[in-house]
Design a protein around this ligand. Structure first.
Ligand SMILES: [Zn+2]
Length: 107
């Protein structure tokens, strides 16, 4: 990571910075400080004995992101970079509202 200075790189104020040795300048995208969550999810797994949908504990990452196409809220599994959502702000707000409604309905 750099020294945290974002002056002159075009970073949004929430950008957590860039590794100059691994990323082009100017950067192609920006990511905020990650928020780590330990969640319990029902997840399908396949074994030689068959399929299961057992509960599993997983580390998730939530972070603000931005690239040339727009701004997103990233939500993905820490150990599986192929399993993620990158929702636009409007979509993230819809999901936030739907999660609240679903949780309220369960009370
Ligand atoms: Zn940045």
């Amino acid at each position: 990571m750099d020294d945290g200075s974002t002056t002159g790189c075009g970073c949004p104020p929430w950008c957590a910075g860039h590794d100059d040795s691994q990323e082009p300048r100017p950067p192609l995208g920006h990511r905020g400080e990650p928020i780590m969550l330990t969640v319990v999810e029902r997840r399908y797994a396949f074994f030689s004995s068959g399929r299961t949908d057992a509960l599993a504990t997983t580390e998730f990452v939530v972070a603000a992101e931005q690239d040339r196409r727009g701004s997103y809220v990233y939500l993905g599994a820490l150990e599986d970079v192929g399993r993620f959502f990158a929702l636009t702000r409007d979509s993230a707000r819809l999901l936030h509202s739907a999660l609240g409604a679903a949780l309220t309905s369960m009370e």
